[in-house]
Design a protein around this ligand. Structure first.
Ligand code: SF4
Length: 405
């Protein structure tokens, strides 16, 4: 998480209606020069100003399509703004209203820890001449980790396409085979475990790499025996859901369907009726008949918005714990107005810029994801390949196919 200089106190004291009216006015003044992106987990008073509402990857792609927007205000968290910067054109500036809006999960995989793990795993497996280690990172990771993955022949995944990306990485290796090919999966152990298990790989084929422990807390033999090396990361929101919440809601609400995000623990996923991404969750509820009952295991703002949009159904959060993404919640109307007022005064605050080297390799890892998901052959990284320090303009010309995921 980065440090955010406190905004002037008076912004926190503006009455809500005035605050909203001033944001509306600033937005209208900027017209097509500005695009505001809102993640599903944002509060309603932020989402109401969003030109697009979606998950992190959908939003970044929307930003890339609106090429006449000079400024992109990303109402999400830091890694999402980085992805938007990676995918947008050089003339577009991506701003995050509060630099303290980080993601605890993304922050759990820091590049130097990732590099250490890579070397240690390679050393443990050096006697196997067929050994191959493929890095896969969830979209919810820093640009530095996406870049590492791209540079080391891996790919990004989302919660919607994770199984396809893992199948590609394993190159047809079956669950029962001796694992010459291994996956190191960043940063969410739960998404990796849930997806690998759904694909038929037993829990015994997975180990957890604890980046705070020497050798990840594993013996070399445990590393050699594993197919999946899961980074010890998690989402602080989705990890709050527990199996007993599922049992409890089924008792309290007969006929309820439990619908959870794959960032939830394996034990919760096993007890759920349906598992899928934020997009999947929204679509399931939109398609359900009146009178349906849902207990949803994801962030509270999204669940509340779904409940408001579908009063003909009963929609509750799976547990009554505070299932709130506190870092997303740092983006609020006062911070949004402060950024907009500064833009109006010609000052660009909180710009998120990924360095050109990481931009190139992040795009490579994202492009691989798109190719694999679309069933296309994975193309080699385009030439010329970058050196650290190369000019941004020379790299940003790389096209990123916008096939559907
Ligand atoms: S909900 Fe979880 S994964 Fe998403 S931004 Fe918040 S902490 Fe990160």
């Amino acid at each position: 998480m980065q440090w955010q200089q406190p905004i002037p106190k008076e912004y926190m004291q503006i009455p809500r209606e005035q605050l909203l009216a001033r944001i509306e006015q600033r937005k209208a003044e900027m017209g097509r020069r500005l695009v505001i992106l809102g993640h599903h987990y944002q509060q309603d008073d932020v989402v109401r100003f969003a030109d697009f509402l979606g998950d992190s990857f959908q939003l970044s792609r929307e930003a890339a399509k609106v090429a006449d927007a000079e400024f992109v205000i990303f109402c999400g968290v830091h890694f999402m703004a980085e992805s938007a910067d990676v995918l947008t054109a050089p003339h577009q500036k991506v701003l995050l209203p509060d630099m303290g809006a980080g993601c605890s999960m993304a922050d759990m995989a820091q590049l130097d820890d990732v590099q250490d793990a890579w070397s240690a795993i390679a050393a443990a497996c050096q006697a196997d001449k067929d050994f191959k280690l493929v890095p896969i990172t969830y979209m919810n990771s820093t640009a530095a980790v996406k870049s590492f993955v791209g540079e080391h022949d891996g790919a990004v995944c989302t919660s919607s396409n994770c199984d396809k990306i893992l199948s590609w990485a394993l190159g047809g290796q079956k669950p029962a085979e001796v694992p010459h090919t291994k996956i190191i999966f960043f940063p969410d152990q739960h998404l990796g475990r849930n997806t690998g298990y759904k694909m038929g790989y037993p829990l015994e084929s997975m180990v957890v790499w604890d980046y705070r422990q020497p050798n990840g807390g594993l013996t070399d033999q445990q590393i050699r025996d594993a197919t999946f090396i899961l980074w010890k990361g998690h989402c602080s929101v989705h990890q709050l859901f527990r199996p007993e919440h599922v049992d409890d809601i089924r008792l309290r609400m007969p006929g309820v369907k439990v619908l959870v995000h794959p960032e939830c623990r394996w034990e919760v996923v096993q007890k759920a009726d349906l598992v899928g991404s934020t997009d999947f969750i929204g679509k399931q509820i939109a398609a359900a008949p009146a009178g349906s009952k849902w207990a949803v295991g994801t962030e509270v703002h999204m669940v509340q918005r779904l409940a408001n949009a579908h009063p003909e159904q009963t929609i509750v959060v799976l547990s009554d714990c505070q299932c709130l993404c506190t870092t997303m919640y740092r983006i609020d109307p006062p911070h949004l107005l402060y950024i907009l007022d500064n833009l109006a005064a010609g000052k660009v605050l909180n710009r998120i810029q990924v360095d050109p080297f990481d931009t190139y390799w992040s795009r490579v890892s994202l492009q691989r994801m798109l190719d694999i998901t679309a069933g296309k052959p994975v193309a080699p990284p385009p030439e010329p390949r970058p050196q650290r320090g190369i000019q941004a303009a020379a790299l940003r010309v790389l096209p990123l196919e916008t096939a559907t995921t």
